[in-house]
Design a protein around this ligand. Structure first.
Ligand SMILES: [Zn+2]
Length: 256
């Protein structure tokens, strides 16, 4: 991780005690989280629970990016925002919630559309990136920046009553990237605006993105690298599909 671990016990009330109790985390793991930096792109339905759990779990620096403003139709599922936040920039509304949840962690809000250089800088500075966006241009740009800088990327998507999740570890040999999965670049994006979305479905996927991100930061267990997890809320079924690196991927072919 980027920094030397900080003292764990700055929270006098034992905020992290239940997490430290886990043998897989412990004092050392908690210190590692507190010294970590995560970039969450999109403060919508996925980014809300993802960023909230990263902040409460004690990821020391959470950088959030979104250039939209809160609309009434967001509040059904974008739980980091409040009714009184309608009209406010999402990044700023989310920052207020995250700071209230855990004043110890640092929250940086980026409330403008990042250009390529800014995106590369933010991705390069992060220990893990969470793609909680809702459009292909952002997803492709994030993926390219992650491949270029070797930064782990936790991808999530949800629409209607379905969700999907994967983790890409560009620094690991044989890891596919997001572009290996969606090769064309000409996909027509289905959107929640048109198709609809059941509120907690997006919460399930965003929450799992936080789980994966914490595992990546702690180098814990098996991530979804090389696997795509599919969630079907109607049947309440999970499916795992193998993902392979595309040897002629325009983004990651030739990298490790
Ligand atoms: Zn690829």
């Amino acid at each position: 991780m980027s920094n030397t671990p900080r003292e764990v016990s700055r929270h006098p009330n034992g905020h992290y005690s239940r997490q430290i109790r886990l043998p897989q985390v412990g004092e050392e793991g908690q210190s590692r989280l507190l010294a970590s930096r995560a970039l969450v792109v999109g403060m919508g339905g996925l980014g809300s629970p993802a960023a909230m759990y990263l902040a409460t779990a004690g990821v020391g620096h959470v950088v959030i990016s979104d250039y939209d403003r809160v609309e009434p139709s967001n509040l059904q599922r974008q739980i980091v925002h409040r009714a009184e936040d309608v009209g406010e920039p999402k990044a700023l509304s989310a920052r207020a919630t995250l700071e209230a949840l855990n004043p110890e962690v640092r929250i940086t809000a980026l409330d403008w559309q990042l250009d390529e250089a800014e995106l590369a800088e933010q991705v390069g500075a992060a220990d893990v990136v969470l793609d909680c966006s809702d459009n292909f241009p952002t997803r492709f740009a994030l993926n390219e920046a992650c491949v270029r800088t070797g930064t782990p990327l936790v991808f999530g998507a949800a629409i209607r009553l379905e969700g999907q999740l994967s983790t890409f570890l560009p620094a690991r040999e044989g890891s596919p990237c997001y572009r290996c999965l969606y090769a064309g670049g000409s996909e027509t994006a289905e959107t929640c605006t048109q198709e609809g979305i059941l509120a907690p479905v997006v919460g399930v996927i965003g929450t799992l993105q936080a789980v994966e991100a914490i595992k990546v930061l702690l180098d814990l267990g098996e991530t979804l690298c090389g696997r795509l997890l599919l969630f079907d809320a109607i049947a309440l079924e999970w499916q795992t599909v193998r993902l392979r690196k595309n040897p002629s991927c325009p983004v990651c072919a030739g990298s490790p």
